[in-house]
Design a protein around this ligand. Structure first.
Ligand code: APR
Length: 238
């Protein structure tokens, strides 16, 4: 790697938080093997049984609140501090481990577990608390319209105008800990590649869209990403 990069986009998925003790979605003991997506991650499920959906996220909040960032999250902070480029994190994760590690320019395209949104007035607020269909929006006063600010299947992703701009201008695209099966995120590598980026995939194994990447670095991200960052920062021309 001798190219000096100017704009770096790092796409992350549940795998980057695995070494912080958080479940991924599609592994053997993953979240989607314990709960049906149709019951907890679609708007239809929320309308059909809001309190069942609230309970799923109420149970998730304390674990995510207590989770600590691992070496992979911290490596991104090191890169942002030491490498002279615009470095953005586009995360599919709803945990706040990127922020806890000190990462800047973090875009949560699937939302955040510590935010709620009112489906009546659009008000978004932060909370690590527990919610039910009895709760009222502090802004519009309407009850039973508060939903976790997490993008459910079938809903539009968040921050997509920013993300599209970042993908079209990046010259290095890293994908870390995502199975590459959920679009549009799984298609981001194609946009980056089309606009001339070098593309690297960090995973434990081959993924569904691995042919889209120039290089693959296999192993736990808590080890592979810090090593990659050390190499990249060592090449910065003094
Ligand atoms: N280091 C690197 N990669 C890892 C590690 C690790 N320590 N542990 C697991 N992985 C990889 C797995 O091999 C897998 O490819 O992380 C990936 C996790 O894949 P998923 O469980 O499918 O999670 P993700 O890709 O983030 O899912 C995308 O799907 O259900 C939706 O909204 C949900 O944001 C989520 C989206």
């Amino acid at each position: 790697m001798t190219r000096q990069y100017k704009n770096i986009v790092i796409l992350t998925g549940a795998g980057i938080s695995a070494e912080s003790g958080l479940s991924t979605f599609r592994s053997e003991d993953g979240l989607w093997n314990k709960h049906r997506v149709e019951d907890v991650a679609t708007i239809e499920a929320f309308i059909r049984n809001p309190d069942y959906v609230h309970e799923f996220y109420n149970e998730m909040r304390p674990e995510l609140f207590a989770a600590q960032p691992n070496a992979a999250h911290k490596a991104i902070t090191t890169l942002q501090e030491k490498y002279p480029a615009q470095i953005s994190v586009v995360t599919q994760n709803v945990d706040t481990l990127h922020e806890k590690a000190g990462n800047k320019n973090v875009y949560h395209i699937h939302g955040q577990i510590n935010q709620m949104v009112c489906l009546n007035c659009g008000h978004v607020f932060e909370s690590w608390g527990a919610f039910s269909s009895e709760d009222t929006c502090e802004k519009c006063g309407v009850t039973a319209m508060l939903k976790p600010n997490i993008v459910f299947f079938g809903e539009d992703l968040l921050c997509m105008n920013d993300v599209d701009r970042l993908l079209r201008s990046c010259d290095l695209f890293l994908s870390v800990g995502t199975s590459g099966v959920v679009y549009p995120a799984a298609g981001f590598v194609q946009i980056a590649k089309m606009f001339g980026a070098d593309t690297y995939e960090f995973n434990m194994e081959k993924t569904s869209n691995n042919m889209m990447f120039d290089a693959h670095i296999y192993g736990p991200a808590g080890t592979t990403l810090p090593t990659f960052v050390d190499k990249l920062t060592a090449e910065v021309k003094q």
